[in-house]
Design a protein around this ligand. Structure first.
Ligand code: NAD
Length: 439
């Protein structure tokens, strides 16, 4: 199968590379010339474990190529995946910005030759695939094509494993021909008995938003339980375990923290609310999820302030971890982008470390001092805040950390350490939803 993937970001690059790994002939196209140039020189522009060797292997095998030009790749493709960004609109109204998707549709339309399936892999509001079909038909009335929806569920940091062994593949189609082509592309997964959900285009589009909103709901729910635990002296980890062992609930995504971030949950929950609003349907649970998440970040700022003795003014804070989660350099909507500016606004100085995201973070937080190790960040700080649970921070030399700090304040927003051990080491230790926390 000849495949063109439009948009070579986290999703496009991983999908394109994995399709090549399946044995297809793939061209990944992007309008970002620098990105394509780097990829052609063998440099993967994002941090994603396992991606670099897989890109190298498939390029060497002649199955994977990168291009800025759409010709001749679009005309030759059996299937075209649109994997461009769909960020929240700059207007701040929560709508998804679909301009990149529609631009891609306009660009490919005149280049279509034989029958082609145009697939939205980007997360898009219900109705977008139909709009893509209208655009293509308008621009090229002769085009022989179908549109389809194939939302992506990979997680950054585990993207290759998620793509190669997904929990399910969702395919939204309204023609047997399109379904057959998409099934043929994913045949290697079919062979490992991956469940396929083949449905209408609108349903497939909604499955993606519903899934992300539900996962965000689990996070906001356990964060509220954590806050309640702090007040009643209960342990949220035991609560989560006790709940999660119930097969109807499940243990995953019941880990308390500073609130969700990343390139998907924040924008997708807002976009779902706009879709519901446009159709006159109440989505009060998702509304609450969004509010609870914002409140959780604000609560974390208050927690840090309290741990520092009531004010952060004139104090230096060491922040460990900036990316929205470990194993990625993605800073989009990371809690760090809310929590650090809130502390700095009140006069704190911030020294930070992250194993992969400092270059990206510096674009958003230029006033922060970036350090080469967690220990360097702690030098002379009045307290340390663990914000992203990178493995590197799970076995810190705590005696060394303590000796570097001006005062032994440790705010662990990911509950990496044991409260009793931290207390025994002489730290003033704060975490989320476990008994040692201050009220
Ligand atoms: P990204 O910002 O990393 O990449 C998007 C790429 O598209 C960029 O490289 C950009 O230059 C390129 N692009 C934009 N317009 C283009 C055009 N007209 N032609 C060619 N290239 C163009 O985005 P991402 O994180 O990969 O997300 C892509 C989509 O996948 C979004 O809808 C997102 O919601 C969804 N998604 C993301 C994830 C994730 O973990 N990042 C997971 C599942 C789904």
């Amino acid at each position: 199968m000849k495949i063109a993937v439009i948009g070579t970001g986290y999703v496009g690059l991983v999908s394109g590379t994995c399709f090549a790994e399946f044995g297809h002939e793939v061209t990944c196209i992007d309008i970002d010339a620098e990105k394509i140039q780097r990829l052609r020189q063998g440099h993967v522009p994002i941090y994603e474990p396992g991606l670099q060797p897989m890109v190298e292997k498939n390029c060497a095998a002649g199955r994977l190529a990168f291009a800025t030009e759409f010709d001749p790749h679009i005309g030759r493709a059996d299937v075209i995946f649109i994997a461009v960004g769909t960020p929240a609109s700059r207007r701040g109204d929560g709508y998804a910005d679909l301009s990149y998707v529609y631009d891609a549709a306009r660009t490919i339309a005149p280049r279509l030759r034989d029958y082609t399936v145009v697939v939205n892999k980007s997360t898009v509001p219900v109705g977008t695939a139909r709009q893509v079909a209208r655009i293509i038909a308008q621009e090229n009335p002769q085009a022989d094509f179908d549109v389809a929806s194939n939302p992506e569920f990979l997680r950054e940091g585990a993207a290759i494993a998620d793509f190669m062994r997904p929990d399910r593949v969702v395919i939204g189609v309204d023609s047997a021909r399109a379904e057959e082509r998409l099934r043929a592309i994913y045949r290697p997964l079919y062979l490992i008995e991956t469940p396929f959900v083949v449905t209408t285009i609108e349903t497939a589009e909604l499955i993606k938003y519903a899934s992300n909103a539900f996962l965000a709901t689990k996070i906001s729910f356990i964060n509220e339980m954590a806050n309640l635990c702090e007040e009643v002296g209960a342990d949220v980890h035991a609560v989560a375990k006790g709940m999660g062992l119930d097969g109807r609930i499940g243990r995953k995504f019941l880990h308390p923290g500073p609130g969700y971030g990343g390139s998907c949950f924040p924008k997708d929950t807002l976009a779902l609310l706009r879709i519901a609003q446009e159709h006159g349907v109440a989505c009060r649970i998702v509304e609450a999820v969004v509010e609870v998440n914002a409140a959780q970040k604000a609560r974390m700022v208050r927690k840090i302030r309290a741990a520092l003795g009531g004010s952060e003014a004139g104090k230096t804070i060491a922040v460990l971890g900036l990316a929205f989660k470990p194993e990625t350099d993605d800073m989009r909507e990371a809690p760090a982008l809310t929590i650090i500016p809130a502390l700095m606004e009140h006069g704190a100085l911030v020294r930070a470390h992250d194993p992969q995201a400092m270059k990206e973070a510096a674009k958003h937080l230029p006033e922060v001092t970036y350090c080469q190790s967690p220990y360097e960040a702690c030098e002379g700080a009045h307290g340390v805040v663990l914000l992203t649970e990178w493995n590197e921070y799970r076995a810190l030399d705590l005696a060394r950390i303590k000796s570097l700090l001006v005062q032994p304040v440790f705010v662990d927003l990911r509950n990496v350490y044991e409260p009793s051990q931290m207390k025994a080491l002489g730290f003033h230790y704060e975490c989320v939803g476990r008994p040692v926390t201050i009220r």
